[in-house]
Structure formats: structure tokens, C-alpha cells
Design a protein around this ligand. Sequence first.
Ligand SMILES: [Zn+2]
Length: 177
Amino acid sequence: MDTHPLKVLKYCPMCGSEKFKPSGERSLKCGACGFHFFINASAAVAALVTDDTGKLMLVTRGVEPDYGKLDLPGGFVDPMETVEDTVRRELHEELGLKVTQLEYLFSLPNEYEFSGYKVFTLDFAFKVQVESIENLKAMDDILAYRFYSEDELDYNDIPAPSINSFVRRYFERLKKD
Ligand SMILES: [Zn+2]
């Protein structure tokens, strides 16, 4: 089933009319009240946290999609938040970590299904330094965390394409340095 917003959104969220129709490729417009809804990507962040041997932290997801699979710590940007603040907030909420330094690396688009609806994201990867990786605690929407060398990792266990690429690029960069 095609769960693209243009296919699944049937009624105007403003007035409830059925005259809520695609207007171009990335918006819907209501023929009754004029409400114009745009399909944009949601911003999200992914944090690359390492131990002092260069092993990379991956977390086990405790929420759908991909429950139980590997991911980088991170999450969606709140309305009116900066991506830097999202990194700090998510690492604190998920692991109790305090960020001391962050460096933007690169971004990749992603799409996935959630509750029968295709969600578009733009994921921003940050290399992050934290105060200490002692006394880490998995909280919020993650089940566990672990630091991996590339040999200890099966890329098939990281289903999100953007996150998978971030991890590959991290280890490629590590080999060059
Ligand atoms: Zn309407």
C-alpha cells in the first residue's frame, strides 16, 4: 500500500471537507476552506559518540519502527529548537550524557513508515564529545547501548539507510585518519 501523504490524507484537517486534494507533488489544498498543507521533511539528529579507542556507540531501539534494532542516539528536532540543542537534549534524555563539544558532519534524507503514514526526515549527523562515558544509563526510548569497533558490527542490524551510511562514513573516516 502506498502510504505517501498525498495518497492517505483524505480530509481537510482544518474544516473536515473531502475537497482536500493534491496540489502539485508536495502539498494538498482544500477546495472548501483554502487550507494549504505542505509535505516537508522533519529534521532529526544522530550523534556519533566514541570511547577513547574510537569505538562507536550504537543503541538498541525501544520504539517502532525497527524495535530492537541498532541505531545512533538521537531523535526529532522539536519545534523552534536548534539541531545542536536537539543533540544535547536527546543525549541527556536517552543516556544521561552531558555534551561538551559537537561538530556537524553531514546530512542524509530518510523515509519510513509510521502508523500507516510515510514520514520524510532529514537526518543531521554530529560528532559529539561528552563529559564522561562512565555511568551511562539507557533511558527513554532506547533499551541498551554498546560501543562497537567495525569488526564487531553487522551493518544489516542498522536498518535506517541514513544511520547506516553515517556509521559507514564514520569508520571510513577513522581508517583514513
Ligand atoms: Zn478545509
